[in-house]
Ligand binder design. Sequence first.
Ligand SMILES: Cc1cc2nc3c(=O)[nH]c(=O)nc-3n(C[C@H](O)[C@H](O)[C@H](O)COP(=O)(O)OP(=O)(O)OC[C@H]3O[C@@H](n4cnc5c(N)ncnc54)[C@H](O)[C@@H]3O)c2cc1C
Length: 326
Amino acid sequence: MSRSVVVIVEPKEGETQPIVGEMIGLAERIGRERGSAVRALTIGARAADTAGTIADQTGVRVTALHDPSLATYSAEAWLDLLGDVLPEWRPALVCLAHDSTGLDLAPALAVDLGAACVTGVEGVAIAPGGLEFIRPIAGGKFMARLRPRVDTAVITIMPGVFEPAPPTDSAPGLVEVRAVAARCLRTRSLGVKSSGLSTAGLDQADVIVAAGRGVGRPENLALIERLAALFPRSAVAASRPVVDAGWLEYRRQVGQTGATVAPKLYIACGVSGARQHTMGMQGSGFIVAISIDPDAAIFNLADVVVVEDLTRFIPVFVELCQENQY
Ligand SMILES: Cc1cc2nc3c(=O)[nH]c(=O)nc-3n(C[C@H](O)[C@H](O)[C@H](O)COP(=O)(O)OP(=O)(O)OC[C@H]3O[C@@H](n4cnc5c(N)ncnc54)[C@H](O)[C@@H]3O)c2cc1C
């Protein structure tokens, strides 16, 4: 039997997340080139509905492991249930989203399968010797190319970097619903609650000015606010170190563990461009980045780069704009 490519999807309320189409697009490309079957798998109380939607939208075969007691993700339960199913399918590749569930599950699943684990994958090359995975390292300054030394890999893929599978115009995929029950759980999820925090207007702003660690000290945030004040419908955001230092509230954090934003203009001030930050702002219409480091990874994304100390550049820029009444 040929090896399969398996995409694992967490059921979520509302519409299917774009990352699901991106994972299936990647799996189908690999499946086509290597002659592997592509299968999707989803787990939990809402698994059957999610499986139906994925099968309709993509045409792939989807298995739902329906356990009514699993209202939310549980690593322990998922590993138990996957242990029954995955060996049957002999996966060469198991693909998860690079989100909190994927990051939690992938390493443990790789251990159970005796597989390699590569997280934060942004590229996959199908080389003669096997699959190679490309991921950023050193805060996005370098790209590493990794080839597993075993013949199974578990990966998490970054949202927004792979071509999504086109909507299917053929028949929906087959849906198989298996009634299952996770055994011997030592943990019990009591549910997931929204933090209830607003996004400080980040989702409505046309212009976002983001403060990174390069602002240096909290007093310099006044510069960021002055820059933001030049634009109507603007908001101030932050990278994680600025929030961790308590200089701005968490609701202003952009990135993997913060908000995802897509303003018309994003001005990154003293932000290095780590993937965990850029994945929250890469959909911005136009990006300006100010950093003293000419090799800052954020410059790879930026439309305009300013290599300068922000404490020198911003006051001069604001003054010029005000003098000329821009
Ligand atoms: C699981 C996980 C989740 C994470 N989630 C997030 C997230 O949601 N959002 C997030 O932002 N990060 C997140 N991070 C952290 C992330 O990896 C980076 O550490 C963080 O984004 C770096 O923030 P920064 O760019 O502000 O700081 P740095 O990486 O320290 O960069 C500061 C930049 O400012 C420049 N600089 C210094 N002084 C000046 C100056 N005077 N003028 C101009 N430029 C200057 C420096 O050269 C550098 O380029 C996460 C990390 C992990 C492990």
